[in-house]
Write a protein that binds this ligand. Structure first.
Ligand code: ZN
Length: 473
């Protein structure tokens, strides 16, 4: 196994060995004050360009010889962490490769630590590109590290987000079940965490029947990754991530458009690893465990079928209504296993239902919790972190829509509440005494935004990081 994730680029230097170009990050109000102190050449350029310091505006100012003098970048009073990415991208677009390669960019005096950290994060994320299989000659502008920015936080955030992007973007012929487990092992080793994997027939022997059943049709063996990190005395936090490396839908085969991006069906596992890498890098005082049920939902003579009845690890029997509702099966066994260890907080990330997208669109994961106090706390905090997640109810009135004539329940629901059925299904496998949060996320940036290219993307990772940090530090 030689699979390695691409290296994450950090476009920063600690010392400028080349001429420096200053970037003035200014709010609308600061722009007015700043402008008064400038000479006519600068004032005229700002006026004719209509630069007002609005977020997303960038202006390259020239001196009276026509040379690049400085850069203005509009920023909000409380900036979003991607705002600086707009400036980084404008530089790439408007300045020559020759100029970029011969200069270092520096944040001009003004912003405080919190803003500087966000500027660094946005700058780092703007440098991301997935060019393993398509060379590009893009030149990434290098920023002199803003001395007062929180380097640990910025690095851990960039690394967490880019890990998610790389894992999801890697094509499914390259990232199989072994390779995803291998990537998890590399991340564990980076942070000196314990790593274990249960694979293939061993899953049957150790009683993970639903993980095995979903993955049995693929030559790439299903597995369960188990990572442990932290001190035994600290509170136990367990993160589960759905790792379907490719989802054909199984015998209930998906139509072409719905199958097209199904390499992202391991996005839950990618989120679990991204969040874990942030927690470990920033050494949160928790006793962390990561469980990744990994399988390929493939079509073969031995695929599991609609009508099959599976007996789960918990002993609950499940009649298969739809082989495309495979994620909840593998995650259910992992949640049961996680519950046996009695964590203080149990989180799962799954790219689970199209219904969650109908409710909230691409950018906002739906979340569910059996702890009512979490509902408002997490929603508020996620908005503050510019990483919104939105609650949906675990409405027990819909439980009966998952009844089966021959088993305890079906792996689907009748009626329209698909995302809620997913949550209710998983809840059956969680010990009710454990605080649990389930995120139904998309894990994909549909349109592309500055600092957030189209493709694999984090949705709800930073929100949960801050939720855990607030709860335990
Ligand atoms: Zn599916």
């Amino acid at each position: 196994m030689t699979f390695k994730l691409p290296k994450i680029s950090f476009p920063f230097v600690k010392k400028a060995a080349k001429p420096v170009v200053f970037i003035h990050f200014l709010t609308e109000k600061e722009t007015k004050d700043w402008l008064k102190k400038q000479d006519k050449t600068a004032q005229n350029q700002v006026k004719s360009a209509g630069f007002s310091g609005n977020k997303g505006e960038t202006l390259i100012l020239k001196d009276n010889k026509g040379q690049v003098d400085k850069i203005l970048a509009g920023i909000s009073e409380k900036p979003h962490y991607l705002e600086s990415a707009t400036a980084a991208q404008a530089i790439q677009k408007e300045l020559s490769k020759d100029f970029i390669s011969k200069h270092v960019f520096e944040v001009a005096k003004g912003p405080k630590t919190e803003t500087l950290t966000k500027i660094a994060i946005g700058w780092g994320l703007a440098a991301y590109t997935f060019d393993q299989y398509k060379k590009n000659d893009r030149l990434i502008p290098v920023l002199l590290w803003p001395a007062k920015a929180d380097e640990k936080e910025a690095r851990a955030t960039i690394e967490g987000i880019c890990t998610i992007r790389n894992l999801i973007n890697t094509p499914p012929n390259i990232l199989g079940t072994d390779e995803l487990a291998r990537a998890a092992k590399d991340i564990a080793e980076t942070h000196k965490a314990k790593f274990k994997v249960i694979k293939g027939e061993e899953l049957k022997k150790q009683n993970f029947p639903m993980i095995y059943a979903v993955g049995q049709a693929s030559p790439r063996k299903p597995q369960l990754v188990d990572i442990k990190w932290g001190k035994a005395k600290d509170p136990k936090v367990t993160i589960v991530g759905k790792g379907i490396i490719y989802d054909t839908g199984g015998l209930n085969l998906k139509p072409p458009q719905a199958m097209r991006d199904m390499k992202k069906d391991m996005g839950g596992a990618a989120h679990a690893l991204g969040l874990a890498s942030m927690i470990m890098a920033l050494k949160l005082p928790v006793n962390l465990r990561v469980l990744l049920p990994i399988a390929e939902n493939a079509v073969s003579g031995n695929s599991y079928r609609p009508g099959d009845v599976l007996t789960s690890r918990k002993g609950i029997t499940v009649e298969i209504d739809d082989t495309d509702a495979e994620g909840r099966l593998v995650v259910a066994d992992a949640l049961t296993y996680a519950s046996e260890d009695k964590p203080g907080l149990l989180i799962d990330y799954c790219t689970l239902t199209g219904a969650a997208r109908v409710a909230l669109g691409y950018d906002i994961p739906a979340f569910f919790s059996n702890n009512e106090d979490f509902i408002d706390d997490l929603r508020h905090l996620s908005l503050k972190q510019d990483d919104p997640v939105w609650p949906l109810p675990l409405w027990d009135g819909y439980e009966k829509e998952m009844d089966s004539n021959v088993a305890d329940l079906i792996n689907n629901g009748k009626g329209r509440a698909g995302a809620i059925h997913g949550g209710l299904f998983l809840q059956r496998f969680v010990d009710p005494s454990i605080d649990w949060i389930h995120l139904d996320c998309y894990a994909w940036e549909q349109n592309g935004k500055p600092g957030r290219p189209q493709g694999g993307a984090d949705t709800g990772m930073r929100a949960l990081f801050h939720f855990i940090k607030n709860r335990y530090s």
